[in-house]
Ligand binder design. Structure first.
Ligand code: GTP
Length: 255
């Protein structure tokens, strides 16, 4: 396990591979070791990881899922109208956003939570220029509520936010060590990719690390995707330094 060293902590912005990233967290990650809902212990661990990342002044946008509380697709399969179920899923992402914001604030970080649709009593509405200003001022921006539209996944919301907020990469935080040729759960011998190009990821139907429309948006707009295991301490910061602890899905021809 990589320990973040004193040297890492004093690193200046010039040593970073990425100056602005979007961290995509799944709702499931918020469960930590629990079977449902939010695991406070994991959220505080995550807050420490994000604080470590912020010490090196990486501009940080966070898009968070809601599957730990409610999943639109699953709700519609159980008979809830799909659009209603998707709105319920979007609300779940706001639960998670509030919990993460609280943990980040408790660790002393400045944050702003924005929602894709107005819930003005509890958070700012998402306004792109305001989000950009928050980033310039060193605030972590959490955008919740997906895109505010049904039939769209939080992966696609993440790609759109990365695009409009000029992020260089999406950091896809997962429970696996990277992208594998086959599912490592079914095939323990499956080989992990160190790198792939966005073109390769887009063409390969076995690569399901993000949904196709999100990968396509990244491919068309040259946003790298860094996939790593968030449960390994230090991996988030190592990803920003370009150490590639998992798999990097790169712009073709980039180093
Ligand atoms: P700067 O003006 O750039 O310094 O940004 P700021 O976010 O500090 O200023 P603003 O006055 O917009 O916000 C002050 C606080 O109010 C922040 O915690 C915001 O997140 C919060 N805030 C701003 N707009 C809204 C809103 O529509 N609803 C809610 N609930 N909070 C808001």
């Amino acid at each position: 396990m990589h320990q973040v060293t004193q040297k890492d902590m004093n690193i200046d912005n010039g040593s970073l591979k990425y100056q602005r990233i979007l961290l995509k967290l799944s709702g499931e990650a918020m469960m930590g070791n629990k079977k449902f809902g939010i695991d406070p212990e994991f959220i505080f661990y995550l807050a420490d990881e994000i604080k470590e990342l912020r010490r090196s002044k990486v501009d940080t946008v966070i898009v968070i899922g809601g599957g730990n509380i409610f999943r639109g697709v699953a709700g519609s399969e159980q008979g809830i109208d799909r659009v209603t179920a998707d709105y319920m899923g979007m609300l779940a992402t706001i639960f998670n956003g509030l919990a993460l914001q609280d943990a980040l604030n408790k660790k002393g970080m400045e944050t702003r939570l924005q929602t894709a649709f107005e819930m003005k009593a509890i958070a700012e509405p998402h306004i792109r220029k305001k989000a950009l200003r928050h980033l310039e001022k060193g605030r972590v921006v959490i955008t919740a509520g997906g895109t505010g539209l049904p039939y769209v996944t939080t992966d696609t919301a993440a790609a759109l936010r990365a695009l409009e907020l000029k992020c260089q990469a999406i950091f896809k935080a997962t429970g696996v060590d990277g992208v594998y040729q086959k599912d490592p759960k079914n095939d323990p011998g499956a080989k992990k990719f160190e790198t792939l190009t966005l073109d390769e990821a887009s063409k390969n139907d076995n690569i399901r690390i993000m949904d196709k429309s999100a990968i396509e948006l990244c491919r068309e707009n040259n946003i790298e995707i860094v996939v790593f295991n968030i449960y390994k301490k230090g991996n988030l910061k190592r990803s920003a330094l370009g150490e590639n602890p998992g798999t990097t899905i790169k712009i073709p021809g980039s180093s």
